[in-house]
Structures are given as C-alpha cells and as structure tokens.
Design a protein around this ligand. Sequence first.
Ligand code: BGC
Length: 245
Amino acid sequence: MEVLGIDIGGTGIKGAPVNTLDGSLTQDRHRIPTPESATPEAVADVVAQIVDHFNWNGHVGCTIPARVEHGLVRTAANIHDEWIDTQVDNLLSQASGCRVTVLNDADAAGLASMRFGAGRSLDGLVFFITVGTGIGSAMFYNQQLVPNTELGHLRLKGGSAEDYASNRIRRQEELSWKQWAKRFQKYLDRVEFLFAPDTIILGGGISRPQKVKEYWHHLKTRAELIPAELENEAGIIGAAAAATP
Ligand code: BGC
C-alpha cells in the first residue's frame, strides 16, 4: 500500500508517498521551507499544504525532532517551545483532514533503515544514531523499536552530547573532521559503555559516502559500525512505515 511520509526538519518539511512494501518513493518528494517561527500552528499549515500537493486522503506518517509519547510532544530541544505538551497527532490530523501518526525523527529514520536499508535483517541490539543539527537515536532489539531513547542528550563534557559532538557544532566551531571524530568517539564510547550494542548504524548528513571517507578511519567501536544507506529520504520512508495500518 501507499502511505504519505512527511519529515519535519529544522530547515525543510519534506513529503512523498511511499510504497510501504519496498520503501520506495512513488512520486517526487515535495519540500517546503520550515517557517521561521516554527510554532505548532505554522508547521501544521505546511503539513496541510504537503497533503494538498499530493491530493492525499489516505494515511499519513510524520516525524518531529522531539520525544513523542502516544502523540504527545514532550521535549523541544531544537524546536519551538510551544511544541511541548502539544497533542501533535490530533493537531496534524485536524489541519490536514487525514489520519496522521507522529513519531520521533530518529526513530523514523532508524525504522526505515531496519526495514529497507543498512539494518535490514540485523538482529540483536542495534542503535541507529543520526548526526545533524542535533544527535538523535533509535534503539532496536531484534528489529523491534524501543521508542524515544533521546541519546543525543547523554551528558558529555558537562553538557548535552549534541552540544559537543553534533554536525552543527563541527561547523560552528570549524572543527576538522579529525577533531570532530575525536569528540564523536567519546560519545560512541559512552553509548557502548552504557548499552553494549551489537551494531551501530550512523545516519544523517554525515552518513553520505563523501563525508564518511573523511572520518571513518578515526572511529573505533566494539560494535559493528556501519553507515546508513537511505540518507535524506529515511525520515519520509520511516514515517510512512510507522503509519502503515
Ligand atoms: C532531539 C531529538 C531528535 C534529534 C535529531 C534532538 O535534539 O531531542 O528528539 O531526534 O535532535 O533531530
């Protein structure tokens, strides 16, 4: 079947219908810049525009970079504070006229990876870690998602790990790939110390092949470390997979 997947990011809100059997996009994706003041109402309006663009009236899956407990947003590290305590599934369903399922962006990207990407057929304890503006995480045991792990907020160097080792920090502090990898290694060490995963999949912008070759050789893990495959579209695909009835 087809489900419309929508990925709400810091700079763009992207959507496309997804074939939920093989994870392929069935139409070109449509992107609208994230409103400058990304309040729940402003974002809901963009989600409705994406639904209209595809003339959609079926199921919709949507990501958000926050902890989402049964459709209720609980945190807002990199999004507008007004999101906290928003019943986001109801808000987006009302705005779009469709039934919308909402989940954390890293959980969605991880789900896509486990179904259709680098994680397919991987059993045991698998962590999907996405590195961009923030650091997101998704935890799977024998392919089953344990949602909302939020490991980007592990304490590292006196603050949140994502304020020390995200891609945003690499850019802001003009770190070389080697300098950034040294920081990210500390983060991976912490994750391994706490959870001892069998496999760690790295996603987000840093998983593109041209970036991977800059830093991969600086990282060392006990777990098998592999780059994600679906890159930009993982959020859309995972959102659709999560909303498949
Ligand atoms: C948020 C997470 C999100 C991650 C990646 C973090 O700041 O707390 O919910 O998954 O960024 O976007």
